[in-house]
Design a protein around this ligand. Structure first.
Ligand code: SF4
Length: 574
């Protein structure tokens, strides 16, 4: 045992350190010595926690775990567990999320890894390497998430260190992709190639991502936190569903950013414009200052009130901006809160990321590949990586719609790539039904729901595709529980996992959700429908809309919005 560990053990209350804790502390102090520091350099005022401040009594269990040991420092135990292929205890299950590893017991006793892929942008080399990691170390079950990210499942404790090492070797990582951290940063999947975008946000998004990676203070937020950039192109980033949504606008003849705060669609809350405009050169600094305001002032005494949205229930947006200015040490240009003072580019097209579309670069196209409910095999990943490398610009983009875009395909190669995508068992054809169906993980791998959301989403898609053709896109969002990973409140049709009185898997049905210029939270019209009841009901809903809409171009959302819940129940039950 190191002398430092022995000194810590001598403090009253610390005598019961376990062997495992001793092991961790020895490793920790070895690192301290390597940096030519001593114990007193770390804690000049004494051992933190030895005299707990009164306010700590108010902290949640999660906050206590974080304060007792920074979760990133749990790596030594992750390594020790790997040696013995040992599952983590309850507290480490929470801490290991900081390494992007989620121990999913009791559904499957193994880890799920969630990566960080800023903007969902990957090189073909990275995609190929991830495919081989998934094949070698897991069952090969890979999903694209609604934050344009990859989740890779069924990693044994013994393989965690090897997994992290190989992911980091690709230039990607998984640090802080879950728990009380800033989740994967999202942007437009066609950034830089979109024919109408105001600005390519990728450099700003990456700069925010780099700052997070290199500053430990961004790894202790009161709760999860989402940030999205939108450069004003055809394919939106649903930025208004994020805690911080940054949207490019035209202002005084130049491109600038407006910022909206407090989105959390699981809580039926869209981000609200906070009345400032920020030049691109300042946007990274302002966004980071806004995160720091939340870190300092978010509620750490209850998990249920810890999101930014909750802080903004007690603070005005003006106060939040003033606190941001205090962190920055300077003012930010103010605008009226009403966004109509500006030109918003809201030409966002639903589903248009699937299929072939011309880029701003003459003679080049992007091809959106539809992944059935966000799933992809390692073999398909390798095939898409080859296509991006041979016919595109060597890059791929994951989308928040759980699909993949391959940009940079010359006109002459479009047909070749389309054929190759089909041969790989994937689809490039835009479908007004299938392209808009998204689903959260569901009960195959997530313990929070009893519903097989992915299975039911696939079955409903198949059912509808056989029975109807729509002339306008409709979004259908399956989510297993109120955490709302697939944002059921913002789908044209939102389906929330539930149980019938007899304990059968079922869904509550919501209609009328939307985002961007069509921002709205869906209203519930039916309760606890089993899949057998649900599929014909959704078919009837869509057919009724087509038959009874006011005009040929009336969207599903407008149709349901002009009827109250009772009227819709009657209409959709006829
Ligand atoms: Fe799991 Fe609920 Fe998220 Fe679905 S919405 S993945 S059930 S936590």
């Amino acid at each position: 045992m190191s002398t430092e560990t022995a000194a810590l053990k001598a403090i009253p209350g610390n005598q019961s350190f376990t062997e495992e804790q001793n092991f961790y502390l020895d490793g920790f102090f070895a690192g301290v010595r390597e940096r030519a520091m001593v114990f007193a350099d770390l804690f000049p005022g004494g051992v933190p926690g030895a005299e707990a401040p009164a306010e700590e009594e108010e902290l949640t269990a999660e906050e206590r775990i974080k304060r007792e040991e920074h979760p990133l420092d749990s790596y030594y135990r992750l390594a020790a567990n790997a040696v013995g292929n040992k599952a983590p205890d309850r507290e480490d299950t929470f801490r290991f999320k900081w390494h992007g590893l989620f121990f999913l017991s009791p559904i499957k006793d193994s880890f799920m890894a969630r990566l960080r892929i800023p903007g969902g942008i990957l090189t073909s080399h990275q995609l190929r390497a991830l495919a081989s990691i998934a094949s070698d170390l897991t069952t090969g079950y890979v999903q694209v998430t609604t934050r344009a990210n990859f989740q890779i499942r069924l990693i044994q404790p013994k393989d965690t260190i090897e997994f992290l090492r190989r992911v980091q070797a690709t230039g990607l990582h998984s640090q802080g992709s879950g728990a009380d951290n800033i989740r994967n940063l999202t942007g437009n999947p066609t950034a830089g190639v979109d024919p109408v975008e105001l600005i390519d946000c990728t450099p700003y998004l990456r700069a925010v991502g780099d700052a997070i990676l290199h500053h430990r203070d961004f790894y202790n937020l009161p709760r999860k936190f989402n940030i999205a950039f939108d450069g004003g192109g055809l394919i939106g980033s649903v930025q208004d569903t994020n805690d911080i949504g940054i949207k490019a606008v035209k202002h005084k003849g130049a491109v600038a950013f407006r910022i909206a705060l407090g989105g959390a669609t699981g809580h039926k809350s869209f981000a609200r414009d906070c009345g400032i405009v920020v030049e691109p050169k300042d946007i990274v600094e302002v966004v980071l200052a806004m995160v720091r305001v939340f870190i300092k002032n978010g509620d750490r005494s209850t998990r249920k009130k810890a999101r930014l949205k909750h802080l903004l229930e007690t603070w005005s947006l003006e106060k939040y901006v003033a606190e941001t200015e205090a962190v920055l040490g300077r003012g930010i240009e103010k605008l009226p809160l009403a966004p109509d003072a500006l030109v918003w580019n809201d030409e966002t097209l639903p589903h248009s990321h699937i299929g072939v579309h011309p880029q701003k670069q003459k003679g080049l196209n992007y091809l959106g590949v539809a992944l059935p409910i966000g799933q992809i095999t390692p073999k398909q990943m390798i095939r898409l990586a080859d296509l991006a490398e041979n016919y595109g610009m060597g890059e791929l983009r994951l989308t928040v719609w759980q699909n993949i875009v391959i940009p940079g395909i010359a006109d002459a190669y479009v047909e070749t790539v389309k054929k190759a995508v089909s041969k790989a068992g994937l689809d490039w054809k835009q479908s007004n039904v299938a392209s808009g169906v998204i689903a959260c993980t569901g009960n195959r791998y997530c313990k929070f729901t009893a519903s097989d959301t992915k299975g039911h989403a696939a079955a409903l898609t198949k059912y509808l595709e056989k029975r109807l053709t729509l002339d306008q896109p409709v979004n259908i969002h399956f989510t297993g529980c109120p955490h709302s990973c697939a944002q059921h409140y913002m789908g044209d049709i939102g389906l929330l996992g539930a149980k019938t009185h007899d304990g059968e898997e079922a869904y509550h049905v919501f209609v009328g959700g939307g985002f961007g210029s069509k921002q709205a939270c869906g209203r519930q019209i039916f309760q606890a429908m089993t899949p057998d009841e649900l599929y014909p009901t959704v078919e009837r809903m869509l057919k009724t809309w087509i038959e009874k809409r006011g005009s040929a171009d009336e969207s599903f959302q407008s149709f349901v919005t002009r009827h109250d819940v009772n009227a819709l129940q009657v209409l959709f039950s006829e």
